[in-house]
Design a protein around this ligand. Structure first.
Ligand SMILES: O=P(O)(O)OC[C@H]1O[C@H](OP(=O)(O)OP(=O)(O)O)[C@H](O)[C@@H]1O
Ligand SMILES: O=c1cc[nH]c(=O)[nH]1
Ligand SMILES: [Mg+2]
Length: 209
């Protein structure tokens, strides 16, 4: 069964409180989404493996730690996932970026695929799929299936707000994928929006509604 880590860091919780407010403007919303993504990335990379290497300091030879093995990739689910990329790159600047385009059909709530472009060596990378919202789980499970179909094996999922329905669907469909969640909310409403949530993350990031 996948590991589910709900963030308890006070800075993350405070910032999530600010983006939930309906009067937080697009500019502030974008900035804070990026800051949360950076803080969550710090937590989500806590278990990356290290190896010892020998280096020369200006004083002597020393054994230091270096990230071992697999390189990293960040894969945002368009559009809203784009808002998390810069924050993550600010602390893992060498990560490659893939893009998966999916939108949720407003009537059926089913994900509709429109784009997929991944780094050439994604199969060898530790991939972090990012999207601020996990609602029914349709988009995240479909995106992760697209990655698996292309041979990606080491997948983690990061979202800022999750509904219990989405977490359950992820665990059923992808029990091998760890989940890092900023806040676990109560439920979905009849339109498939997370309650209390923060509304439509993509629209709030890009100012489209
Ligand atoms: O778990 P689900 O029920 O699939 O809902 C979550 C999805 O809905 C939102 O995207 P949206 O369809 O609004 O696209 P957008 O990012 O382009 O706004 C959100 O960013 C997720 O991708
Ligand atoms: O609450 C929700 C649900 C899906 N997508 C969003 O952006 N917000
Ligand atoms: Mg949207």
């Amino acid at each position: 069964m996948s590991k589910v880590k709900v963030m308890d860091h006070p800075l993350i919780q405070h910032k999530i409180g600010v983006i939930r407010r309906k009067d937080t403007c697009s500019k502030d919303f974008r900035t804070i989404i990026s800051e949360i993504a950076m803080l969550m990335c710090y937590e989500a990379t806590r278990e990356l493996k290290l190896t010892d290497i020998e280096i020369e300091t200006p004083i002597c030879t020393a054994t230091v730690k270096e990230l071992q093995g697999k390189k990293l990739a960040v894969v945002p689910i368009l559009r809203a996932g784009l808002g998390m990329v810069d924050g993550m790159l600010s602390i893992i600047p060498s990560a490659k970026i893939g893009h998966i385009g999916l939108y949720r059909d407003p009537k059926t709530l089913e994900p509709v695929e429109y784009y997929c472009k991944l780094p050439a060596d994604s199969e060898e990378r530790e991939v972090f799929v990012v999207d601020p919202m996990l609602a029914t789980g349709g988009s995240a499970t479909a995106a992760i299936q697209m990655l698996k179909d292309k041979g990606v094996k080491h997948i983690h999922f990061m979202c800022i707000i999750a509904a219990p329905e989405g977490v359950k669907k992820m665990q059923e469909c992808h029990p091998d994928v760890d989940m890092y969640i900023g806040a676990l909310d109560e439920q979905l409403n009849s339109h498939g929006y997370i309650v209390p949530g923060l509304g439509d993350a993509g629209d709030r990031i890009f100012g489209t509604k």
